[in-house]
Design a protein around this ligand. Structure first.
Ligand code: AMP
Ligand code: GLY
Length: 447
């Protein structure tokens, strides 16, 4: 089987690596891929802007053209943007199977208002909220409810669309930033104002197989993976500014069976009911962003994809063929798929460019340890192969440069193995958190 993976981040390096490990996969085409996928066995990067045959093709159609040109049997979409553009709809129309929901279902991430309306209709446990298109009304509501309170831009905003406001003034400023100054463009024309939830955050990535066929024959399902935790703040102890994620660990020792049962009953099952009721075509992955509150788990958000960097911690725990999982999502047999997970933990700290998440340099040469043990894998994100040949190897091309995923029989051993390798990664300005996976490092509402 020949598979195409869309995306260029660390998550896509993991997905490509997991697919390439399968004996059933002949080749993985990474579009556009990164400096890690470019050298991964059986993987090949294709950069659309360098393809002559895509010269007059729109971005959302280019993936389909590449899949046809290359004769791909399956496409796996990594990030949310192509899904929100309807890339899956186009691929299915051309009879190319794709792991990734169609455009309508992608709204569960692309529009916070759509997602909240869905959660409320199907009784998914979540924060109380109200949607506004008028700034004055939004401000009156904030004054009535008081702080802390959460202000969310409706549209996709690359992680910049949520303000957890400690004071009424901060919340009002967020309304002005989103609706009046329009600092997120159209993403902030509509906003959702939400009750502040206190607790500990976890991420549950899951596979979804909801399609006309599985709905009809009663096999539609959502299969949750082991729980994971991202660490979004820049500094140790969950301090400093928000980032795209400074590291992840999975599974989690601080989540008990009662909480997982409540998640299943109050979040996963009503979500599945809603997808079926609305006849959504959702064959892909869903990521439940959850706050474990004193009143049980509550859903903060849906993402219609795998999480980054959670994927770097969860997928290396697979004791099954990832291509089989993708196939079961597509052919409607996910309900009988029995995932086996390795007994142990993966800790995956992220190494970032100095200055991230604000200004940082690109094009900085990276030195990686030559040999790493079997249980350690370096997943590249913001780094590319130096095309000008100035340096012999990888150079930085983004803020989050790479993650070191290490397996251990205990969380402590996984952490030690990961940090042993992290300390051998070197580039000018390299920075990382030293507490990924430690109990005190968990986020607990970002006030
Ligand atoms: P979201 O994109 O909705 O997950 O929000 C991004 C981050 O903001 C989450 O990971 C939480 O840390 C925080 N957050 C979002 N909603 C709430 C809430 N209702 N209460 C407390 N923190 C929240
Ligand atoms: N780790 C958070 C995300 O992928 O959105």
């Amino acid at each position: 089987m020949k598979v195409m993976v869309i995306g260029s981040g660390g998550r896509e390096h993991v997905i490509s690596w997991a697919l390439a490990k399968s004996s059933k996969v002949k080749e993985v085409i990474c579009v556009p891929g990164n400096g890690g996928t470019g050298v991964e066995e059986k993987c090949r990067n294709i950069v659309p802007s360098l393809c002559e045959y895509l010269k007059d093709v729109k971005e959302e159609d280019s993936y389909c053209e590449i899949a046809k040109h290359e004769g791909c049997d399956l496409v796996v979409v990594g990030p949310e943007d192509p899904l929100a553009l309807g890339v899956s709809d186009t691929l299915w129309k051309n009879n190319i199977p794709v792991v990734g929901p169609k455009k309508e279902a992608a709204n569960l991430e692309a529009s916070k208002d759509f997602a909240k309306e869905f959660m409320v209709q199907y009784g998914v446990a979540c924060a109380e909220s109200k949607t506004f298109t008028d700034a004055l009304e939004a401000k009156d509501y904030i004054k009535e409810k008081g702080a802390p309170i959460v202000v969310k831009a409706d549209g996709l905003a690359a992680g910049k669309g949520v303000v957890v406001a400690a004071t009424i003034e901060d919340a009002i400023k967020a309304v002005d930033d989103f609706m009046v100054s329009k600092n997120l463009g159209n993403a902030g024309t509509k906003i959702v104002i939400e009750e502040y939830l206190q607790g500990t955050e976890i991420s549950i990535l899951s596979a979804v197989s909801v399609s006309p066929d599985t709905i009809q024959n009663g096999t539609a399902c959502i299969l949750p993976f082991v729980p994971a935790r991202d660490h979004k703040r820049l500094l140790d102890g969950a301090k400093g500014p928000n980032t795209g994620g400074m590291g992840a660990i999975a599974p989690l020792d601080d989540v008990n069976k009662k909480q997982l049962d409540e998640f299943q009953k109050n979040i996963l099952e009503p979500t599945l009911k809603g997808l079926i009721d609305r006849k959504m075509d959702y064959r892909g992955f869903i990521f439940f962003g959850i706050m474990l509150t004193s009143k049980g788990p509550k859903l903060l958000e849906y993402n219609v994809r795998l999480g980054d960097p959670e994927t770097q911690a969860v997928l290396p725990l697979m004791d099954f063929d990832f291509s089989d999982l993708c196939k079961s999502i597509i052919d409607g047999t996910l309900n009988t798929f029995e995932p086996k997970w390795k007994k142990g933990y993966v800790c995956a700290p992220v190494v970032v460019s100095g200055g991230y998440p604000l200004k940082y340099k690109r094009g900085v040469p990276i030195s990686l340890p030559k040999d790493t043990k079997n249980e350690v894998k370096i997943f590249i994100a913001g780094a590319s192969v130096d095309r000008r040949g100035q340096y012999n190897g990888l150079i930085t091309s983004g803020g989050r440069v790479l993650a070191v995923s290490a397996f251990g029989s205990s969380a402590k051993k996984a952490r030690e193995a990961a940090y042993d390798v992290v300390s051998q990664v070197s580039f000018d300005g390299a920075f990382y958190r030293k507490d990924i996976g430690l109990p005190g490092a968990a986020e607990s509402g970002q006030l």
